[in-house]
Design a protein around this ligand. Structure first.
Ligand code: SF4
Length: 224
């Protein structure tokens, strides 16, 4: 272990190397969790996805984009129209307000064009680290490891990165992951989390990084 309690850099490199061999990477079918065709719709879908199942987010996105697909079109809708459309995603009052503010800011500060940098995205109303990295990676094709619940859990267990929030884990991971692993790292980690390092019962016996993992070694790694 390092002084920080995280996996040493050489082992981080080995973990990514092994995952790149054992787990599927970015595929043609990987359209991003929200599967949207442009940056504006990706941002809105990502905002809708907060605390919502993927199926409900998809329903809400479909209903909303059937009414409007641009910031100007979105702002022309009434509150009631937006709320009715996005109701399946839950938290609809807050989300409707956030969508309006995002669209207004996009028009006022960016001529309606979604910025393609992390800094620019994070400055947008309603866009947090996960949405920013998802849009950067899936829509703009930049190297960014988006950290969702699966990726966060795997990172904490192995000792790749830790932090009180997924945003902090993403920040630490970005510093520690080798550059060559950032294009597909999200896909390898998410697949490890879904297939092997499951939330309730991690299957350490068949894990490609079991000999390096701090959780498996019982080194006091937090599973939180
Ligand atoms: S060894 Fe176990 S806890 Fe560690 S990453 Fe693999 S499945 Fe998860």
């Amino acid at each position: 272990m390092t002084d920080s309690g995280l996996l040493p850099p050489d082992n981080v490199e080995t973990v990514f190397r092994r995952l790149s061999e054992a787990m599927p990477g970015r595929s043609e079918r990987a359209k991003g969790p929200k599967g949207q065709p442009d940056a504006f719709r990706s941002c809105i879908s990502c905002m809708l996805s907060a605390q919502s199942l993927d199926s409900n987010t998809a329903k809400a996105s479909r209903a909303l984009f059937a009414l409007a697909q641009t910031p100007t079109g979105m702002l022309a809708l009434s509150d009631a129209e937006i709320i009715d459309a996005i109701r399946p995603a839950g938290l609809y009052n807050n989300k409707a307000r956030a969508i309006r503010r995002f669209c207004r800011q996009l028009l006022d500060e960016h001529d309606g064009v979604v910025p393609d940098t992390r800094k620019g995205l994070l400055a947008m109303h309603g866009i947090g680290r996960k949405c920013a990295d998802i849009v950067l990676s899936f829509t703009f094709g930049h190297d960014a490891i988006a950290v969702d619940t699966h990726v966060g859990r795997v990172c904490r267990r192995i000792g790749l990165a830790r932090g009180p929030t997924e945003a902090k884990i993403a920040e630490v991971l970005d510093e520690r992951a080798p550059g060559w692993a950032k294009e597909e790292g999200h896909f390898w980690l998410i697949q490890l989390g879904k297939r092997i390092c499951k939330s309730r019962r991690p299957q350490c016996g068949r894990c490609p990084v079991g000999d390096l993992c701090q959780y498996h070694a019982g080194e006091g790694a937090s599973d939180g």
